[in-house]
Design a binder for this molecule. Structure first.
Ligand code: ZN
Length: 250
């Protein structure tokens, strides 16, 4: 069985935001023999961002935003990494060795990028291009989740607001969320130093549009109720941050 490599949900959305979910899926095509991984590894956060897709769909509905999602596990190809990065096809992830990713030859590496990265990248470029014809100034938002416990250590942060060199949306969101009961931090648990801002740089900075990455602790978005609630909180913060962006530009 093959999944589609990339899916665009609500492609004609007229809201101001374009949403991206690079780690939406844990799907591993049959020919990779599960990359030699146990079911536990394939179901875990190393293969995907649990809950991220559902929150992204919620946001897409609330904000009337197009949503570009990958249909393939990040262990096959991490669409938030350029083909030049070794981490685009990880040989190790947290405590798991990814057997099916070790000792790949040059052709195997470029085939992964051709089949899984470039279709995703091209779909996002097309989506942003069409969006910019309908909407005056698009804003790019990527949605991720992270594991509450990493290498045996519990993480204190609940929600990370991540940015690269363009911090406008991140600043606006941090202001908007200042009264929240969640522990919200800038560039945590990952930031530009970890190479996680590839999509923001490639499709935000290069196009000259504002961008922000959202990282949610995955145990906060397990149930449908939780997913809907956090989608609403994030949508309000995104809208407020976008309004401030307008005021600044004027
Ligand atoms: Zn992610």
């Amino acid at each position: 069985m093959e999944n589609s490599v990339v899916e665009v949900i609500n492609p004609k959305g007229n809201g101001r935001f374009v949403l991206v979910c690079e780690h939406a899926s844990k799907f591993i095509p049959d020919k990779f023999n599960n990359l030699g991984l146990s079911v536990k590894a394939r179901e875990s956060h190393v293969a995907w961002d649990p809950g991220a897709f559902d929150v992204a769909v919620g946001l897409s509905k609330i904000l009337d935003a197009p949503l570009v999602t990958s249909g393939i596990s990040r262990l096959i190809y991490d669409c938030n990494r350029p083909p030049t990065a070794k981490s685009s096809i990880p040989e190790r992830s947290e405590t798991f060795n990814i057997k099916g990713n070790t000792d790949l030859n040059k052709d195997e590496v470029s085939e992964r990028a051709e089949k899984y990265y470039f279709p995703f990248r091209n779909a996002l470029i097309e989506c942003l291009g069409l969006h910019s014809r309908r909407v005056k100034s698009s804003i790019l938002v990527t949605i991720h989740t992270f594991t509450p416990v990493f290498h045996g250590r519990e993480r204190k942060v609940d929600l990370g607001i991540v940015h690269d060199s363009d911090n406008r949306m991140a600043d606006g969101m941090l202001n908007a969320l200042a009264g929240s009961s969640m522990n919200i931090e800038r560039n945590q648990p990952y930031g530009p130093r970890d190479g996680v801002t590839h999509t923001l740089k490639e499709h935000g900075n290069r196009r000259g549009i504002a961008s922000v990455m959202i990282e949610i602790k995955n145990d906060l978005v397990v149930t449908l109720e939780d997913q809907l609630e956090i989608s609403q909180v994030l949508a309000s913060a995104l809208n407020l941050a976008a309004e401030n962006l307008n005021n600044r530009a004027d």
